[in-house]
Design a protein around this ligand. Structure first.
Ligand SMILES: [Ca+2]
Ligand SMILES: [Ca+2]
Length: 104
C-alpha cells in the first residue's frame, strides 16, 4: 500500500479526492472549487483555487498511484472472489478426504 507521504505527493500532483487516480473526478472537484478557498483543491497552496491548480491536475491526468510509485496493487474484488472460490473448493475437497478417511 502507498505510504502517507506517497498519498501526499500524489495529492499535490492532482489526486484531490485521494482515490489513487488522477481523472475527471479530480478535475471536476477543482473546477467546482474554483475561485474559493478550499485547501483540498488548492494544490499549489496559494490559498485560492484557480486554473493553476487545474493545470497541475490536468498535466498529470490518468496517472495512478500504484503505477506511479511502482507499488503492487492490492487484490481487487474480482480476483478476491476467484481466489475465495478456489479456497472454498479446496476446503470442500479436504473435508471430503477427511470424511472418507473416517468412514474407512
Ligand atoms: Ca482522484
Ligand atoms: Ca491554488
Amino acid at each position: 500500500m502507498p505510504t502517507a507521504e506517497q498519498w501526499a505527493i500524489f495529492w499535490s500532483m492532482g489526486d484531490v479526492n485521494l482515490d489513487g487516480k488522477i481523472d475527471e473526478k479530480d478535475l471536476d472537484f477543482i473546477i467546482s472549487a474554483m475561485g474559493t478557498f478550499n485547501p483540498l483543491a488548492d494544490i499549489d497552496r496559494d490559498n485560492l483555487v484557480t486554473t493553476a491548480d487545474l493545470d497541475i491536475a490536468s498535466s498529470n491526468y490518468s496517472l495512478e498511484i500504484y503505477e506511479y510509485f511502482g507499488i503492487t496493487k492490492p487484490i481487487d474484488w474480482v480476483q478476491g472472489i476467484i481466489i475465495g472460490g478456489f479456497v472454498l473448493g479446496m476446503l470442500v475437497v479436504i473435508d471430503q478426504v477427511i470424511f472418507a478417511e473416517k468412514k474407512s
